[in-house]
Design a protein around this ligand. Structure first.
Ligand SMILES: NC(=O)c1ccc[n+]([C@@H]2O[C@H](COP(=O)([O-])OP(=O)(O)OC[C@H]3O[C@@H](n4cnc5c(N)ncnc54)[C@H](OP(=O)(O)O)[C@@H]3O)[C@@H](O)[C@H]2O)c1
Length: 281
């Protein structure tokens, strides 16, 4: 039975991972401030804990905020994975580095496969791409798991914000020209659990099957939560100004995982589960 160590265990993916691995041989959950992955000593702590797997779910995830604080974003998203990889190298552990569809700028006009060159556009995206490079140049036993448009129960994600806005305003305006893969955190956790059994290291796109615009995601969420009559106006990204321009079409394809038999269900089925779980909370 394996010893699993999860960093960022209080985040939305961290919580899903902790729940998924609750019956692992040994589960260690690290959270801030005690375990800060920007502290170089985190490498010593990993080496001492000597887990079989470190799953790094810790990250600077404030995409817009990263523009104002690039050094902090790079410290967490680039140096952190490097220190964790160093710790793994010293104890013989394997690292699972969680990354993002935003390592692609979304302008290629096609879906993105695992083998493609990254083209990060924002500070956040560059810091995550640098984290992939830093970890993979330090450790051969490494899985890079890119996810996209992540959401999970009880977290402040797009689905939760759309639900709250619908309740507050009784109508929605949602961007219809930004596309991605809505991806349910518990499904990623289950897929990671399968992946780490394979010893086939490398880059993976573990996203729920299918893709959508933000608008279609919101429409489906309203339908599944019994609010299909709520007016939803599609708008362009230009009408929703942000400090960063999100990738317009950074839709991922899961090829490498599928080749190992690791696929995630259709995003609408996962969203249905999310709505059920939220309604029972
Ligand atoms: N959310 C998305 O839509 C999305 C999309 C694509 C990829 N991803 C990637 O998926 C992964 C998980 O994202 P998430 O949505 O679960 O993020 P999240 O909910 O924001 O959780 C991130 C966690 O990292 C922790 N953290 C931040 N800085 C840290 C540090 N210096 N040391 C230790 N822990 C630190 C945070 O701690 P506190 O609880 O103390 O703040 C938080 O618990 C990340 O790698 C992210 O880049 C996310």
């Amino acid at each position: 039975m394996s010893h699993i160590l999860i960093t960022g265990a209080n985040g939305q993916l961290g919580q899903a991972l902790a729940s998924c691995f609750s019956s692992a041989g040994q589960l260690t959950c690290w959270t801030r401030p005690r375990y800060d992955i920007t502290d170089p000593a985190i490498a010593d702590a990993v080496a001492e804990a000597a887990p079989d797997f470190v799953i790094n779910a810790a990250a600077w995830t404030n995409v817009d905020g990263a523009e104002e604080a690039p050094q902090f974003a790079f410290n967490v998203n680039s140096l952190g994975p490097k220190y964790l990889a160093e710790g793994c190298a010293r104890c013989g552990g394997t690292l699972v580095q969680i990354s993002t569809n935003e390592v692609f700028d979304g302008k290629a006009g096609h879906f993105y496969h695992e083998y493609e060159q990254t083209s990060p556009g924002s500070v956040y995206a560059r810091s995550k791409a640098a984290g992939e490079r830093a970890a993979s140049s330090t450790l051969p036993r490494l899985y890079i798991v890119r996810v996209a448009w992540l959401y999970g129960a009880g977290s402040n994600n797009f689905a939760a914000k759309i639900s709250a806005a619908a309740d507050r305003h009784g109508a929605l305006r949602v961007v219809s020209d930004e596309f991605g893969n809505p991806t349910y955190a518990p499904d990623v956790a289950a897929a990671v659990a399968k992946l780490i059994e394979t010893q086939r290291y490398g880059i993976y796109h573990l996203i729920n099957d299918g893709w959508a615009s933000r608008y279609h995601w919101a429409v489906e969420l309203m339908r599944l939560s019994g609010r299909e009559a709520l007016p939803i106006q599609p708008i362009s990204a230009d009408e929703w100004p942000r400090p960063t321009t999100p990738p317009p079409h950074a839709v991922l394809v899961n090829n490498a995982g599928a080749a190992l038999g690791i696929t995630l269900r259709d995003w609408r089925d996962a969203l249905h589960d999310y709505v059920q779980t939220e309604s029972e909370r």
